[in-house]
Design a protein around this ligand. Structure first.
Ligand SMILES: N[C@@H](CCC(=O)N[C@@H](CS)C(=O)NCC(=O)O)C(=O)O
Length: 203
């Protein structure tokens, strides 16, 4: 039987969250690792917006948002209970992550592209979200309680990027719980598995 096709890019945080959910649900997919500079015609045909991840199901249905792919995968199988979290709280945190935090992250990573402000300014903007997460993690081991949920998986790839801009600063900063939470995800067998290198897709 044909497998779902996943257009992915290894280092993309949106693609990471989608792969994490697909792997956690033990759904086999054909991974098509793309070059963002040379997107395959089939990807653009099924999803003209041209972002990854995109999942095409065997019946032809196309999921072109990472969160939709996560939700779909976990609806098939959710052995770890990642969907057992208050949907409103989930949406609120993911909205903050994908919105204001991602914007600050892009500017902190590439300050030369956004010369209106200093890198320090952009870092401080991102830190508002880091502080929210740190406070949550002081209360419980995961963002919304004592066990992991969709929201942890959806957010940690972005915190990974933020932390990596200046690893010394992050490691020694006022975010000990967040650092430990991030380290836990980075060391998890699931993350290691989804970060394996896939051969570049050739149409
Ligand atoms: N809202 C989308 C965002 C996906 C996204 O922006 N992916 C980036 C890579 S990390 C992308 O494909 N950018 C298009 C490009 O760089 O040409 C989702 O959640 O899937």
């Amino acid at each position: 039987m044909a497998l779902p096709i996943l257009y992915s890019y290894r280092r993309c945080p949106y693609a990471m969250r989608a792969r994490m959910a697909l792997w956690a649900a033990q759904i086999s997919v054909e991974v098509r690792e793309v070059s963002l500079r040379d997107k395959p015609a089939h990807l653009l045909q099924i999803s003209p917006k041209g972002t990854v991840p995109v999942l095409q199901l065997p019946d032809g249905k196309v999921l072109e948002q990472s969160l939709d792919i996560m939700q779909w995968a976990l609806a098939q199988s959710d052995a770890q209970g990642w969907l057992n979290a208050d949907p409103q709280a989930v949406n609120h945190l993911i909205h903050s992550n994908d919105g204001a935090f991602k914007k600050a992250l892009d500017r902190y990573k590439y300050p030369e592209r956004y010369p209106e402000h200093s890198q320090q300014f952009y870092r401080e903007q991102g830190e508002q979200f880091l502080q929210t997460l740190e406070t949550a993690l002081q209360q419980h081991a995961y963002l919304l309680g004592g066990s992991a949920s969709l929201v942890d998986v959806a957010i940690f790839p972005f915190i990974r990027q933020f932390a990596a801009v200046d690893a010394d600063w992050f490691a020694t900063g006022p975010y000990p719980q967040l650092s430990a939470w991030l380290a836990g995800w980075l060391e998890s067998p699931l993350f290691v598995e989804v970060m394996q290198k896939f051969p570049a897709f050739k149409a």
